[in-house]
Design a protein around this ligand. Structure first.
Ligand SMILES: [Zn+2]
Length: 316
């Protein structure tokens, strides 16, 4: 019953994500991906962010070859390859995927075929080896990735890169946005790429069907915030570049909202009662800008916190 309502109610919230690549499934108006032009934002002499059609990208350039974070949608991969050739006079030597989702790893095969070494958490490779389904209200399926698009170097906890005068720390966080997440910190530039552990334009999407959990997202923020200072610039998975205070505010919003919903779940309140209590009330003005609407965010936490299997593990 809840599942049925949940799935129907999710539909309006996923218009952005679905409309980018999967409009035919939903009847939504598809944006013309051929009209998307990459926009870049310089963060240091050798580091820039690229904004295309899916997840945000970071590119570290220099004589040692480019290091690219995330590869956008498959439909944009030829365009991405062109942009990378413009911003870097050296080949894209390494690609790191922040997680396996199709809007962050869609360009893997194109880059891999060009000789780029793909590096990611163990579970990114596991997911990309098989057909993947992401439930964003409708189920989005992605076929197994071709051999050249798979990570050839994988890690369990993290990995460090040392090139182009930069030290890059890649850190895995367990069961957060998915079960395959890592965030990337450029130490000298003082820039953090969070992948979808943080979206600066709105409420989070937690991919519970692929090992994600809100508590994991909250824990991931704590780990990432510990690396940041007031001068750190943060490239979110989606949305504009922000600072530490913005990630801290987002984190605090999640903690408060989770506690409110958790308290109501423990009191046996129904989804309707929890929604009526408006647990995100003071946050909507700021965070209701993205594709996850507040009621959908609340429903997802309600379902996650209400799962019987987690009853003994609840805290807060
Ligand atoms: Zn994602």
């Amino acid at each position: 019953m809840i599942r049925a309502r949940f799935r129907v109610a999710m539909l309006p919230a996923v218009v952005f994500l679905v409309s980018v690549a999967y409009a035919p499934m939903t009847g939504a108006q598809a944006p013309d991906l051929s009209k998307i032009e990459y926009r870049s934002e310089k963060l240091a002499d050798n580091l820039q962010a690229l904004f295309g059609g899916g997840g945000n990208i970071a590119v570290l350039t220099g004589p040692d070859g480019a290091l690219v974070i995330d590869s956008d949608l498959v439909e944009l991969s030829a365009k991405l390859r062109g942009v990378l050739a413009q911003v870097s006079d050296q080949p894209a030597r390494f690609l790191v995927n922040t997680h396996f989702h199709f809007d962050h790893a869609g360009g893997n095969t194109t880059l891999g075929r060009g000789g780029t070494v793909i590096v990611a958490h163990d579970n990114v490779r596991k997911h990309l080896l098989t057909r993947q389904v992401v439930n964003v209200g409708v189920e989005i399926a992605t076929e197994p990735t071709a051999r050249e698009g798979l990570p050839v170097v994988t890690f369990a906890e993290g990995v460090r890169f040392h090139l182009n005068g930069e030290d890059v720390v890649v850190t895995h966080v367990a069961n957060a946005h998915t079960d395959s997440d890592a965030f990337v910190f450029f130490q000298k530039a003082n820039v953090l790429h969070t992948g979808d552990l943080f979206m600066s334009l709105g409420y989070p999407f937690v991919d519970a069907g692929n090992g994600g959990s809100l508590d994991g997202v909250i824990a991931a923020h704590e780990k990432a915030l510990a690396m940041c200072n007031d001068a750190t610039r943060i490239i979110p998975g989606h949305g504009a570049i922000v600072g530490k205070a913005d990630l801290q505010a987002y984190h605090d919003m999640l903690v408060v909202t989770r506690k409110r919903i958790g308290d109501l779940v423990r009191k046996g309140r129904s989804l309707e009662q929890v929604l009526a209590a408006a647990p995100t009330r003071e946050y909507d003005a700021r965070w209701d800008q993205g594709f996850v609407k507040p009621e959908v965010f609340v429903q997802r936490i309600f379902i996650e916190l209400g799962k019987p299997a987690k009853a003994g593990a609840k805290k807060g």
